[in-house]
Design a binder for this molecule. Structure first.
Ligand code: CS2
Length: 517
């Protein structure tokens, strides 16, 4: 990629000035209809872009679908703790640029759909009030797999977690997304009783039902009659549609700020890079209307669960293997990792032989074309999607990706060597045994299980010891896999190979074993 001089941003007009020359949408939403929890890059390059298309369609007279012709779908963006994005967005009239990156070049767009932005941790009462406002018709979430405060062992609300305990004891100042939602719903029930939709947009299987269960479990723990009142309101006035979201969105770097400065001629402190591909499949169960997101290509379907399973396994599951093997091979980006022969072979094998058997294609989806498209997307070198970003939060992500397909193969008498390799490569990155250095990209991975993993690694002499401690004793991949000694043994063996001979040798070993099964 051509080198660009650092942007002379001080000399450039701020993005807010883009209105005057028509680079930003002139038509802003007339009011806020959506409160979004998790004002990160993914939301800003996904839901916000679909919402812009819906507002444009409403401006053009609408298409006769639900929500068409309605422009009161502005989004109040709530960042969980960091003030970087809210502060920067407010300084530029709530605008930011989406930089679409393909090997052929970049294109720029400014969604301009937010009506406010603030930090939830700094203003907890305002989160509750925003969710409770009668004008709020959808509360959407991108809080990552790690933001739902559920026990990976049971799938139920992590009642003993100090943050959930805090939210149960402190009505007006919740800090967790589930606590914020329930307190907001409680307030709605008390004040006006208007219906609302809770819309999870995270990579969780059955994300709507999962969110509904956690919300109801939290509501059920409220004191005395509050529990019954809130649960009754939820039952009658709240829906939780499931969604499948898909767009690769790397972290913002100065490189993207420079691209905006040079390409668009404005200073944007918080642009969002994104791949050209984008997909959104939703159940059409909205309690109080919705924007005409189909104007941006969203698909309303009764097969969301199948789409979600396809995506979480084929895309996300394979992505994890590419990230951990890549990091162990010293590679910074997904595109570089998947272009290496042994990693591509491992990725294709896990996808075809270990994820594919457990998915059912939604109507009209060609699985061979889906696979090819994934490899094209992963090879998008211009994107700079980092192995450390995909490898982050593996303890929570792998629970969604590995156990179900692994168990169905194990139950059929087939060893899932590459799912064991995914687990082994994760452990090699996050729980290195004494004397093993997984390298800087593994060191950059953030994971809530790091303290437990470090203790387990310190107590273990071999890969097998470590796999046993983490999978069997700590149930890292859930209870069912905790009881599968064969899978744990295989993970331990592959982990020992990584320690002794490196990740490529372990991938070759898994490949040889898979060829013989
Ligand atoms: C990735 C996803 O970080 C990860 O675990 O697999 O963020 C992936 O890029 C998106 O789900 C693509 O839609």
């Amino acid at each position: 990629m051509a080198h660009l001089d650092p942007a002379p941003s001080a000399a450039l007009p701020p993005l807010s000035a883009a209105y005057d020359d028509g680079a930003a949408p002139r038509r802003r939403p007339s009011a806020a209809g959506i409160v979004h929890l998790g004002l990160g890059n993914f939301h800003r390059a996904h839901q916000a872009v679909y919402t812009r298309a819906a507002l444009d369609a409403a401006g053009a007279g609408g298409a006769g679908e639900a929500g068409a012709g309605d422009d009161a779908w502005g989004i109040i963006g709530v960042s969980s703790r960091s003030d970087t994005i809210p502060t920067a967005m407010k300084a530029q009239d709530l605008l930011y640029t989406v930089v679409e990156i393909s090997p052929e070049g970049e294109s720029f767009s400014v969604p301009g759909v937010h009506t406010d932005a603030f930090v939830g941790a700094a203003e907890p009462e305002r989160v509750v009030a925003s969710i409770a406002a009668a004008g709020t018709r959808i509360v959407s979430l991108t809080v990552t797999e790690n933001g739902y405060f559920y026990s990976p062992r049971t799938g139920h609300l992590a009642v003993d977690d100090p943050a959930i305990q805090h939210d149960l004891r402190t009505p007006g100042r919740p800090t967790t997304p589930i606590g914020q939602i329930v307190r907001g719903l409680q307030e709605r029930a008390r004040s006006h009783g208007e219906p609302v939709t809770i819309l999870s947009c995270d990579n969780l299987t059955d994300n709507g039902h999962h969110t509904e269960r956690l919300v109801k479990e939290f509501a059920g723990l409220l004191p005395g009659p509050e529990a019954a009142e809130t649960l009754a309101f939820i039952e009658d006035h709240v829906t939780f549609p499931s969604t499948m979201v898909d767009r690769i969105v790397p972290a913002t770097t100065d490189h993207y700020r420079e691209l905006v400065a040079h390409g668009l001629g404005y200073a944007d402190g918080v642009p969002v890079p994104a791949e050209p591909f984008s997909m959104w499949v939703l159940e059409d169960r909205f309690a109080a209307g919705r924007p005409a997101w189909e104007a941006g290509g969203a698909v309303f379907s009764d097969e969301v669960a199948l789409y979600e399973q396809l995506k979480v396994r084929l895309l996300n599951g394979t992505h994890s293997l590419i990230a951990y093997l890549g990091a162990l091979c010293g590679v910074a980006t997904i595109s570089e990792a998947v272009s290496s022969g042994p990693i591509e072979v491992a990725a294709r094998t896990v996808l075809r032989e270990e994820y594919l058997p457990s998915v059912t294609a939604p109507r009209g989806v060609d699985l061979a074309a889906y696979e090819e498209q994934l490899f094209v997307r992963w090879r998008n070198t211009a994107l700079g999607h980092r192995t450390s970003q995909v490898g982050t939060d593996g303890s929570v992500k792998l629970r969604q990706r590995v156990p179900a397909p692994a168990l169905s193969l194990l139950d059929a008498g087939t060893m899932p060597h590459f799912l064991a390799l995914t687990t082994a490569a994760y452990l090699a990155c996050l729980a290195p045994l004494k004397g093993f250095d997984p390298g800087p990209h593994a060191a950059a991975m953030v994971d809530p299980a790091r303290p437990m993993l470090a203790r387990a690694a310190a107590e273990s002499a071999t890969g097998h010891d470590l796999a046993r401690r983490v999978l069997r004793d700590h149930h890292l991949l859930g209870e069912a896999l905790a009881g599968r000694d064969d899978f744990i043994q295989r993970t331990g063996e592959l982990l020992d190979t990584i320690h002794r001979h490196g990740a490529s040798a372990a991938a070759a070993e898994a490949g040889a074993a898979a060829a013989n099964r």
